[in-house]
Each structure stands twice: as structure tokens, then as C-alpha cells.
Design a protein around this ligand. Structure first.
Ligand code: C2E
Ligand code: MG
Ligand code: MG
Ligand code: MG
Length: 287
């Protein structure tokens, strides 16, 4: 009967929910251990100039290889860290590791993601200042990537904090622009230096005619506001050419290179890289 089927559905829903809660608890416990044991790592993905030929920087991306589960994606465990009160610790780990590693490639900038939880934290400016001082990295080489999520709770406080960070000499990038609910008004409301256009806007390039028109408009708008514009998720040669025509300042994506461990990244910088080419085969290092 319909009633029976309905009950079954509810039961299934409860099971699913329970599994989800157990899974979250498991990840949270394991993440506490991973942080304490220092087993997380940071990978680096090259960022190239608008011509797509010269490397100008790298984005730091946290990685976790669980002994039993294997690679757990940051989209999963960063969210758990945020909910479990572990994000400040996780964020400071990435910040310090990335700044330390970046000493080995002094000619490049280093971009580091900040969770909205970190931006809300009153201690952030002191933490960043301390990590900059300890690493000896020139602040102008550092880009902190934020998302529109920083505006949710207390937009005035967030703006103030970003201004203080800029006061240290670092740059601020608005990440994932165009995804989710981001609106053009954020571009005026936030003190930022750089716009990272989400891959959602890059992937239709070459597949549909108006995909290119929207992207061109975003690039033009960003530049008119005095922002440097970077396109994320560049996977094809056709996309690279269209982005170059649109006047994009920088690009990042599998077409050039996947995220890789610091040692491999250092090799790439030393070889004086020819990045443009077919996407690297997945060697199992990244996921
Ligand atoms: P994000 O900051 O937008 O980072 C870019 C993501 O796109 C990375 O995924 C990168 O591996 C992936 N990517 C790069 N090029 C391409 C491409 O050509 N095609 C496709 N399909 N993907 C590409 P990843 O490393 O899995 O990170 C996912 C998200 O997790 C990040 O998005 C960021 O929001 C978050 N995250 C990663 N590391 C950190 C961290 O240290 N701190 C914080 N707060 N968040 C982090
Ligand atoms: Mg990012
Ligand atoms: Mg992004
Ligand atoms: Mg993204």
C-alpha cells in the first residue's frame, strides 16, 4: 500500500541520516588525530599568466590521506572542520606550511584559502602577521582567498578584518566568483584585489556561444573595477585561447598542471616549465 511505501521511505531516510551523522563523527574524530599527528599535507597547483605560458604563482590546497580510507577530499573534511571547531587549527596549519614551502620559490606568489570561520576569528590578523614574520615571506607575495561566505554573519566586521589583512601588505582574492549566490554587489562591497572566476563559468567556454559572452563581461567588469582577474578550472586549449582573448590576467587548471606535493612543484619551477599541453595523466597522487 501507499502507506507502507511511505513508511519505508521514512525509514530509509532515517537510516541515511544516521549514516551521515556517524560518518561525520568518524571524520571529525579522525581529523582531530590527523591534526595532532601532523599527517595532513599541502599540495600546490601552478597559476599561470594570461598568455598561459609563464608560471606566476601557486595555490595551496590541503590534502589528507587517511590510512584506511585513502584520500579524503577537502570539500568533505574542511566542512567537518568548520562544524567541529577545528577550522582555526586547520587553517593555521595550512598557512604556516604554505608560507614555509613558498620560501623555496621566491619569484612566485602563494595563494592560501581562508574559511569564513577564520575571517570571523578575532585572532586572524595576529596569526597571519606571526606566520609572515616567522617565514620571512614578503607579504606582497601572499594572496589570501576568501569566499562570499564571509559576508553572511557580520559583513561590517568581515570588511574591517580584510582591511586589516591588507594593511599587513597581503592581497585578497574573492574565490569561486559566479558560483552559488554571489552577486555583483560583492565586488563593490568587499575590499579585494583579485577575482577568481569559478570553473562553472569557464567550462561552458567553447561549448556554447553565450558562455563566452558572459565570461567576457565578467572579466571586463573585474578589470574596470581595478581587480586582477583569474579563471579557474581551465581544462582545454580552446578555453585558454578564449580566456586570453577576453583579457584574463591569470589562469589555473588541469590544462597546465594538477595540484602536486611541494617537492614535485619545486621540480616544476626548476625545470623552467613548459606547462601548456594536454592534461597530465592522473598519477594517483591527486584526486
Ligand atoms: P578552490 O579554492 O576553488 O580550489 C580549486 C579546486 O579546483 C581544487 O580542488 C583544485 O584541485 C580544483 N581544480 C583545479 N583545476 C581544476 C580543473 O581544471 N578542473 C577541475 N574540475 N578542478 C580543478 P580541491 O583541492 O579538491 O579543493 C576543493 C575546495 O576545498 C577548494 O576550492 C577550497 O574551497 C577548499 N579547500 C582546499 N584546501 C583548503 C584549505 O587549505 N583551506 C580552506 N579553507 N579550504 C580549502
Ligand atoms: Mg581557492
Ligand atoms: Mg576557487
Ligand atoms: Mg572552487
Amino acid at each position: 500500500s501507499a502507506k507502507k511505501a511511505g513508511r519505508g521511505r521514512i525509514l530509509a531516510f532515517h537510516h541515511g541520516l544516521e549514516d551521515e551523522i556517524n560518518e561525520r563523527r568518524f571524520i571529525e574524530q579522525e581529523l582531530r588525530h590527523a591534526l595532532a599527528d601532523g599527517v595532513l599535507s599541502v599540495f600546490y597547483q601552478p597559476i599561470v599568466a594570461g598568455d598561459g605560458l609563464r608560471m606566476v604563482g601557486a595555490e595551496a590546497l590541503v590534502r589528507w590521506k587517511h590510512p584506511v580510507r585513502g584520500n579524503i577530499p577537502p570539500s568533505v573534511f574542511v566542512a567537518v572542520a568548520e562544524q567541529a571547531g577545528l577550522m582555526i587549527e586547520l587553517g593555521e596549519f595550512v598557512l604556516r606550511r604554505a608560507l614555509a614551502d613558498a620560501r623555496d620559490w621566491p619569484e612566485l606568489f602563494i595563494a592560501i584559502n581562508l574559511s569564513p570561520i577564520q575571517v570571523r576569528d578575532r585572532g586572524l590578523v595576529r596569526t597571519v602577521a606571526g606566520a609572515l614574520g616567522d617565514s620571512g615571506i614578503e607579504p606582497s607575495r601572499v594572496v589570501l582567498e576568501i569566499t562570499e561566505g564571509v559576508l553572511i554573519d557580520n559583513p561590517e566586521e568581515a570588511k574591517q578584518r580584510l582591511k586589516e589583512l591588507r594593511g599587513l601588505g597581503v592581497k585578497i582574492a574573492l574565490d569561486d566568483f559566479g558560483s552559488g549566490y554571489s552577486s555583483l554587489s560583492y565586488l563593490r562591497r568587499l575590499p579585494i584585489d583579485k577575482l577568481k572566476i569559478d570553473k562553472e563559468f569557464v567550462s561552458p567556454l567553447g561549448r556554447s556561444a553565450n558562455g563566452g559572452v558572459i565570461l567576457q563581461a565578467i572579466v571586463a567588469l573585474g578589470r574596470a573595477l581595478g581587480l586582477s582577474v583569474l579563471a579557474e578550472g581551465v581544462e582545454t586549449e580552446e578555453q585558454r585561447l578564449l580566456l586570453r582573448l577576453a583579457g584574463c590576467d591569470e589562469m589555473q587548471g588541469y590544462l597546465f598542471a594538477r595540484p602536486m606535493p611541494a617537492s614535485a612543484f619545486l621540480d616544476v619551477t626548476r625545470r623552467g616549465i613548459v606547462l601548456a599541453g594536454p592534461p597530465a595523466a592522473d598519477d594517483g597522487e591527486d584526486f
